[in-house]
Design a protein around this ligand. Structure first.
Ligand code: GAL
Length: 427
C-alpha cells in the first residue's frame, strides 16, 4: 500500500513488478571503452542561495582526495526537492540512476527507494569505515530497513526553529515567544505597529506544511505527534483540530504576498526587518550567514517554535548507492568522504545543519551550531513530515496539496477530512 502510494505520488506509470525487476541491471566497468572515467554524478536540490555552499565544499574536498574521479554536480533547483524528486523518479523509472542522490532518512528512503528494490545495502562500508558507533543509533535506524543500512547521513537539520529579527524585537521591547499564547501576544503588538509578524513564502507549498508540522508538534507533543504516522492517532483527533485552528490563526499574521515568495524570499523579509519572525529549518541560518552576511545572535536570534522546547524536528539529508550504477566503487569513495569527520565539518558549518557524526569538531561551528549540537543530545526527536522522514512520499504529496488549499480557503473541516482519507495509506 505504502509502495503504491509512493510510486503513484510521483506520477509514475511503471508497475510495481517492473520497479522490482530493475534492480538487477548489471554494473558496468568504471572506465568506458574510450578509456575515459565515468563521471560521479551527485544529484541533489542544492542550488543557489543558502543551499549550495556546503555541497561545493564537500565536492572540493572529494576532488582533492580523488583527483582522478571526475565529478558532476547534477543539482535541480527547488526547495525541499520540489522539482528534483520528480526528475529523480523518472530517471529511476528509466533505469538511469544518478551515481548518488540526496534522500531524506526515514520513510522517503525506506518506504520509497529501498522498498522498491532500488538501493544497495551499505553495511560493508559502515564496517570498513568504522562508522557503527560514530553515528547516533537513532540516525542509523532512519537509514535502515530490515537490518540493512542504505545510506550515509551528511547532516542533521532542525526543522522547529523560529528565527527573529533582533532589532525589531529590541526596538519594541519584545521577547521571543515560547508558547502559542505568547506568539499571538507578540504578533498582535507587532501588527498594531504595522510590522508583519510572520514571514511565509509558500510559492512552493512545502513551506506551509513545514509551518503546520511545527504547530502539530507543539500542540500534540512528541508522543502523540509520532502516533499520527503509525496510524495510532487519527487525524480527526481533537488535538489535530486544535493544531489546525492555531495554524489558521497564524496565517492571519503573514505577509500578503506569501504565495509569490519562496523560502529564501520569506527569510529575507526577516533579514531586512520587513517581518519579525519566520519558521524554517536551519538551512535558513546558512542563507542568513553565507548569503546575506548576517551575524548569529546580533542580527537574528533563534528559539524553538512555540511549545517545542526540548523537542527536535529531525531532518537528515543522506546519500546512498542506487542499484545498477556504472561506478559503484567511486560512489563508495564519495560516501566515505561524506561520512568522514573532515567531510561533515566541511559541509555542515556552511549548510546550517549540525554534523550527523558524534565526533565532529565542535569548534568549527558558530553559536547556533554549538547550541543545536547540545540540544540534539538531550532533545526528544520527532520525524519531519515535510522533509520525508515521517511518512511516505505519496502521503506527503497529498498533505502539501491539502495545506496549499487550506492556506487560501481556511476550511478546517475540509482540511481534516482530506488528512483522514489520505492517512489510510499509513496503516
Ligand atoms: C530540505 C533539505 C534541506 C534543505 C531544504 C530546503 O528538504 O533537507 O537540506 O535543502 O530542504 O531546500
Amino acid at each position: 500500500m505504502k509502495k503504491k502510494g509512493f510510486l503513484l505520488s510521483l506520477g509514475l506509470t511503471l508497475s510495481l513488478a517492473l520497479a522490482g525487476c530493475s534492480s538487477d541491471s548489471a554494473s558496468k566497468p568504471e572506465d568506458d571503452a574510450q578509456g575515459g572515467k565515468e563521471k560521479l554524478e551527485i544529484f541533489s536540490w542544492w542550488t543557489g542561495a543558502g543551499e549550495e555552499d556546503g555541497l561545493k565544499a564537500l565536492i572540493k574536498l572529494f576532488e582533492e582526495k580523488h583527483p582522478d574521479i571526475p565529478v558532476e554536480n547534477a543539482a535541480v533547483a527547488g526547495g525541499a526537492g520540489t522539482n528534483a524528486k520528480a526528475v529523480l523518479a523518472s530517471r529511476m523509472q528509466g533505469n538511469d540512476p544518478p551515481a548518488t542522490f540526496q534522500v531524506h532518512g526515514g520513510a522517503e528512503l525506506n518506504e520509497g527507494w529501498v522498498a522498491a528494490g532500488k538501493m544497495e545495502p551499505l553495511n560493508d562500508l559502515y564496517e570498513q569505515e568504522g562508522w557503527m558507533d560514530k553515528f547516533p543509533q537513532s540516525l542509523i535506524e532512519m537509514v535502515s530497513k530490515d537490518g540493512k543500512i542504505y545510506s550515509v547521513p551528511v547532516n542533521i537539520h532542525r526543522g522547529n526553529v523560529l528565527w527573529y529579527n533582533k532589532k525589531i524585537f529590541a526596538d519594541n521591547g519584545l521577547e521571543p515567544p515560547k508558547t502559542f499564547e505568547e506568539f499571538f501576544q507578540v504578533a498582535d503588538q507587532l501588527k498594531a505597529k504595522g510590522i508583519t509578524p510572520l514571514a511565509l513564502g509558500d510559492k512552493e507549498p512545502w513551506t506551509a506544511t513545514h509551518l503546520f508540522e511545527t504547530v502539530l508538534l507543539g500542540t500534540l507533543g512528541a508522543d502523540d505527534y509520532k502516533k499520527l504516522w503509525t496510524g495510532e492517532l487519527s487525524f480527526d483527533d481533537p488535538q489535530v483540530k486544535q493544531a489546525v485552528e492555531t495554524f489558521k490563526k497564524m496565517l492571519d499574521y503573514v505577509n500578503a504576498d506569501h504565495s509569490s515568495r519562496n523560502w529564501q524570499d520569506a527569510s529575507q523579509l526577516v533579514a531586512k526587518g520587513e517581518a519579525a519572525m519566520n519558521v524554517m529549518g536551519d538551512w535558513a541560518k546558512g542563507y542568513f550567514v553565507n548569503d546575506l552576511k548576517l551575524k548569529v545572535n546580533e542580527d537574528f536570534g533563534y528559539v524553538p517554535t512555540p511549545n517545542t522546547d526540548g523537542l527536535f524536528m529531525v531532518i537528515t539529508d543522506t546519500f546512498g548507492l542506487p542499484k545498477g550504477v556504472k561506478n559503484p566503487d567511486d560512489v563508495k569513495k564519495f560516501l566515505a568522504v561524506l561520512g568522514s569527520v573532515e567531510g561533515q565539518d566541511a559541509f555542515n558549518p556552511l549548510k546550517g545543519s549540525i554534523p550527523a557524526r558524534i565526533d565532529a569538531d565542535v569548534s568549527k561551528y558558530d553559536q547556533y551550531g554549538k547550541d543545536t549540537i547540545e540540544d540534539f543530545k538531550t532533545a526528544e526527536l520527532a520525524p519531519s513530515l515535510a522533509h520525508g522522514s515521517a511518512a511516505p512520499e505519496g502521503f506527503l504529496t497529498k498533505v502539501n496539496q491539502a495545506v496549499n488549499i487550506f492556506v487560501t480557503q481556511k476550511d478546517t473541516k475540509q482540511f481534516i477530512d482530506t488528512l483522514v482519507s489520505a492517512s489510510a495509506e499509513l496503516k
